[in-house]
Design a protein around this ligand. Structure first.
Ligand code: CP
Length: 354
């Protein structure tokens, strides 16, 4: 007899393994008492502590799947996921693709470059086309703030915002929260400093909502020209007045990092100098670069993060970016588990009628 048994026996054992895997990503492992009730994931601005915790706890289960010798489960077999990117991406797109594939989904990647968008097809027509081919989850990045909301209003599939303009990048904020929680535990009372071009950063906005919902103290640090309007007032969201979460503003980085548990640097886009918001990138680096010397003012052992891609030598020094307190590669790795959790909850954690 062959070493691995007869074909019928092998098929039976694969069936058993598959059922066991299905169970291990199912309700038995997932947190009890909270259910996912959202059709789309567009931002974290109205997420509760419990909802974010559900995603992070689910990501823990997904990490266990990723640690297996063969990291594949059939949890989303038969699900069609389309990633539609109107802007460049390395981390977000590859991790969503891998997340879908690990869960057994069919994943189709579309870039605006090379698609019918280049022939002038409108966003709505693209959305309706993707609906017609049977898309169940659309993961979308767009340079215009609000574009994923438009897609969500015009299609029957579920939409995940993978970054829209300066507005939101909810899965980045979830993976950042996951990374911090996995290193320092409960975020309540912890101080996270976000330094850089806050005004033009969807990462800063979503992180501010997510981290404050988890009870962290958020300190925003930037030159006054790169701080958004309305931090101390009300903002409009879908026509509804809403206060931004309470944050501390500290334009001096040396003061901002004092007592910090985590310092998160943001990418400085070169266009900011051309548009007159900064005198020079050299001046910016002098005042706002996260360096070892500045990090020494934070709590002992404080961690450094960056959503990527980085400009080493501008917003962060190379020794800090690759040093022992850097969580930057861990953020990227955790992106897969967190995006698996999001995809899984959207398809399997929702009540059938929602
Ligand atoms: N952090 C982030 O969104 O990276 P990408 O642009 O590479 O996806």
């Amino acid at each position: 007899m062959a070493k691995n048994g007869t074909p019928r026996r092998r098929a039976k054992s694969a069936e058993h393994a598959s059922a066991a895997i299905q169970d291990s990503v199912g309700a038995g492992v997932l947190p009890r008492g909270v259910t996912w009730t959202r059709r789309h994931l567009l931002d974290l601005d109205d997420f509760s502590f419990a909802e974010i915790a559900l995603v992070l706890d689910t990501a823990d289960a997904m990490k266990e799947v990723l640690a297996r010798e063969v990291p594949r489960v059939p949890a989303l077999r038969g699900t069609t996921i389309v990633t539609l990117f109107y802007e460049d991406s390395t981390r977000t797109r590859s991790s969503f693709e891998l997340a879908g594939k690990v869960l057994g989904a069919d994943v189709i990647n579309i870039s605006a470059k090379g698609s019918s968008v280049e022939k002038g097809e409108s966003l709505i027509d693209t959305v309706l086309t993707l609906q017609a081919i049977g898309t169940q989850i659309l993961v979308m990045r767009h340079h215009a703030s609000g574009a994923p909301y438009l897609a969500a209003r015009n299609a029957s599939f579920r939409v995940v915002n993978a970054g829209d303009g300066w507005h939101a990048h909810p899965t980045q904020a979830l993976l950042d929260a996951y990374t911090i929680r996995s290193r320092i535990g409960d975020l309540r009372g912890r101080r996270v400093v976000i330094v850089g071009d806050i005004a033009h950063s969807r990462v800063a906005r979503s992180n501010t909502w997510g981290l404050t919902a988890l009870g962290a103290e958020v300190v925003l640090c930037a030159p006054p020209t790169l701080l958004p309007m309305g931090l101390d007032g009300a903002c409009k969201h879908d026509g509804e007045e809403r206060n931004l979460p309470a944050v501390r503003i500290e334009p001096n980085l040396d003061r901002a990092v004092e007592g910090a548990d985590v310092v998160m640097a943001l990418r400085l886009q070169k266009e900011r100098q051309a548009s007159g918001l900064l005198p020079s990138t050299r001046e910016y680096a002098r005042l706002y670069q996260v360096t070892a010397e500045r990090l020494a003012r934070a709590k002992p052992g404080a961690f450094v993060m960056h959503p990527g891609p980085m400009n080493e030598g501008i917003e962060i020094s190379s020794d800090v970016a690759h040093g022992m307190h850097s969580l930057i590669e861990e953020q990227v790795a955790n992106g897969v588990a967190v995006r698996m959790a999001v995809l899984y909850l959207m398809m399997r954690g929702t009540k059938p009628d929602s």
